[in-house]
Design a protein around this ligand. Structure first.
Ligand SMILES: [Zn+2]
Length: 368
């Protein structure tokens, strides 16, 4: 009964989200048609629109009231408890998946893509909390995930976005030491100076296989820690802003392995964040028959909560797959239970049905 009522409420919220996404899709494609190629002005216009949509989504979701779904497992405690009212942020609708007109194509030189391990699995390293403080939106924006390009219209993304209003506190995802706090106009962390604006780079106390792990917080409005300062998990580091190359207030969040100052050292943050209670992580591979990653592939899936989701495989080799998994797309906070994944390879549709386990990484491999 409670579940049915929740589904109905979710459905209404999802419909509202749907119309926003449809509007965005049209606006973005119209801009791209008139100004193809990497035109900075056009990109900034799209980014402004993106920010508006993200903010609207967050506002809509935060004002909706709905009870959370009952968790399907209880054996994996999580630092966050999601509410159903926020779920629609994660679930764009099929309209946006069906209508993009990319102004550029993904890299198709398969020789440049490393051959992933023959098996798909590995020990999870989901030890990070969320980078947004209490009361903020702690869910990854579905629009512009790691390795994606917003259907070819933005730069390949080296992090993930958390859509939140200006001034929302950002917090340490684990205990550690502040590696850098300040502006990247003075010290470069991105592909060019003043890319992240005010940023904090945190070295986590917990490494991975003897290697140092870093969390990067970009576009901050204020920074309230200093370089070298020890911090504990959940401690406030600053606030959400839009400094640097940002399309409006949001947190840009990255995970870097080994080298905190290299834009090329990123990994997919969704494979490091502890999933929400009752949810798991999907690590996805879409490959050809030889096991080589296929870039820019759209994978649609539908899961036990009835929500439609999609992932685009990493668009090019500027982002690095997880060292343990060799995935080419990933998503956290996928509800435990049934999911069906589907993608188009040439004129054939490939699909896979599986059961998502909560609190861990679930491996899904689509191939001929
Ligand atoms: Zn970003």
């Amino acid at each position: 009964m409670r579940n049915a009522a929740w589904r109905a409420r979710w459905s209404r919220a999802a419909q509202a989200t749907c119309s926003l996404w449809l509007a965005l899709s049209v606006a973005a494609c119209a801009t791209a048609t008139t100004t193809p190629g990497p035109d900075l002005t056009a990109t900034q216009a799209i980014e402004t629109r993106v920010a508006q949509i993200l903010t609207q989504n967050a506002a809509t979701a935060l004002t909706a009231s709905a009870a959370p779904p009952g968790p399907t497992t209880t054996n994996t405690p999580s630092p966050i408890a999601p509410t159903a009212s926020l779920t629609p942020i994660l679930t764009p609708t099929p309209e946006v998946t069906a209508t993009p007109t990319p102004p550029r194509n993904p890299t198709l030189d398969l020789g440049r893509f490393p051959l992933p391990p023959a098996t798909f699995g590995g020990e999870p390293h989901l030890f990070m909390g969320r980078p947004i403080g209490a009361g903020g939106n702690v869910f990854v924006a579905s629009s512009y995930r790691y390795g994606s390009t917003w259907s070819g219209q933005l730069e390949t993304h080296h992090g993930v976005e958390f859509a939140n209003p200006l001034g929302t506190p950002v917090v340490a995802v684990g205990s550690g030491t502040v590696y850098y706090a300040g502006s990247d106009a003075e010290r470069q962390f991105g592909p060019r100076p003043n890319f992240y604006g005010n940023l904090v780079v945190l070295q986590l106390a917990q490494g991975w296989q003897g290697r140092p792990v870093f969390a990067l917080y970009g576009h901050l409005d204020t920074v309230t820690v200093t370089s070298g300062q020890p911090v504990s998990a959940g401690e406030v580091l600053g606030t959400v802003g839009s400094t640097g190359v940002a399309y409006g207030p949001h947190l840009h969040f990255e995970v870097r392995l080994d080298n905190p100052e290299s834009y090329w050292a990123t990994r997919n943050p969704e494979l490091w964040l502890t999933p929400a209670s009752g949810a798991g992580v999907v690590a996805l591979r879409v490959t050809n028959e030889r096991g080589q990653h296929l870039p820019g592939m759209r994978v649609n899936f539908i899961c036990s909560d009835g929500a439609r989701r999609f992932l685009d495989t990493y668009w090019d080799t500027s982002v690095t797959p997880d060292d343990a998994y060799g995935e080419n797309a990933a998503m956290t906070d996928v509800p435990a239970g049934y999911c069906k994944f589907e993608t188009q390879l040439g004129d054939k549709t490939f699909s896979l049905e599986t059961t998502i386990a909560a609190g861990t990484v679930n491996f899904v491999w689509l191939r001929p």
